[in-house]
Design a protein around this ligand. Structure first.
Ligand SMILES: C[S@@+](CC[C@H](N)C(=O)[O-])C[C@H]1O[C@@H](n2cnc3c(N)ncnc32)[C@H](O)[C@@H]1O
Length: 294
């Protein structure tokens, strides 16, 4: 049985979910500090971390030095490694490169860090965002002196912890033949999501976690997003009959995610215990997921 109240040496940490519905849990927590989720628990991570491009998140500084950014990256990817099962997988949505403030090979650098931690590399999906608005920085116009090349794509790096072949879980796949054929082609083309519509500064479109979940997880697997933002991964998990667990450091974004989940999945709060679990203490989703042999 899992205990949601854990202690560390300095202070009592109570891991109360911000929101809990039948198959969804959101914690208003820092990925570097979370203790509520047991190690070796997660089947599939789908996430998009902060890109360090000076986005004005409420509770995270997105303008670190590149060295500090990579140090933060190393810490959270290690934490995710520990939380994942041995046959668990990791879909890491990151930029290909960084063009402002000095060119950086962000995708290659983060992939290298993940491998160094122990993640094994499987493949990379290229997400073609079709974003032509970035084509304004030409560098040296019509001159070879210092032109800029910018690819309007992002990466979804596919990693795994121990073995690529899945042998545990429900063994129930629910992907159609057409989608399987389409999505195993590693060039995914769909538009980005509107910040305004979602009410978050950097949401990804639901297509991204939806495809990843269908292709790389079984029905009722545990899907984890350490940077849940507006809850997109959790909505995709719920809609596909998976368990969705998300962390989000900012309370306002937790609320955005909660309201979105209620609206888009039809899930209301879990009133099984006769209370609103935004202030509750029980943790049925984790217990259910662990009882299900996950
Ligand atoms: C790129 S956004 C994720 C957006 C999400 N994929 C969506 O569709 O809404 C990154 C999120 O990570 C959150 N964040 C930053 N540092 C964090 C940390 N240490 N632990 C948990 N969340 C964090 C930010 O507040 C932000 O909402």
């Amino acid at each position: 049985m899992l205990n949601t109240t854990t202690k560390n040496t300095k202070a009592k940490v109570v891991n109360t979910p911000y929101f809990e519905a039948e198959n969804i849990l959101i914690y208003n927590e820092d990925i570097l500090k979370i203790t509520a989720i047991p190690n070796n628990f997660v089947d599939l991570i789908v996430t998009s971390p902060p890109y360090n491009v000076d986005i004005h998140y409420n509770s995270h500084n997105d303008d670190l030095s590149y060295e500090d950014y990579l140090e933060f990256t190393r810490k959270w990817i290690k934490k995710c490694f520990d939380l994942t099962k041995s046959e668990g997988r990791f879909l890491l949505n990151i930029p290909l490169d960084k063009n402002k403030g000095g060119q950086k090979s962000v995708g290659a650098d983060i992939t290298e860090i993940a491998k160094d931690i122990g993640w094994k590399y499987h493949s990379t999906i290229i997400w073609n965002e079709g974003n032509i608005s970035r084509r304004t920085a030409w560098g040296s116009w019509l001159s070879a002196s210092a032109p800029f090349v910018i690819a309007p794509v992002e990466l979804i790096v596919v990693l795994y912890k121990g073995e690529w072949k899945k042998t545990g879980g429900t063994k129930q796949s629910d992907i159609s033949k057409e989608d399987f054929m389409d999505w195993t082609n590693g060039l995914w083309t769909f538009n980005g999501e509107s910040k305004k519509r979602i009410g978050h500064p950097a949401p990804f479109p639901i297509q991204l976690p939806h495809r990843g979940i269908k292709l790389f997880s079984y029905v009722r697997d545990v899907i984890f997003d350490p940077f849940a933002g507006s809850g997109t991964t959790l909505i995709a998990a719920e809609k596909n009959n998976r368990v969705g667990i998300g962390l989000e450091i900012d309370k306002n974004y937790c609320e955005v995610a909660k309201q979105r989940i209620i609206k888009e999945t039809g899930r209301t709060l879990d009133f099984k215990n006769g209370k609103d679990n935004t202030s509750g203490t029980h943790n049925g989703v984790l217990q259910k997921a662990s009882k299900a042999g996950h």
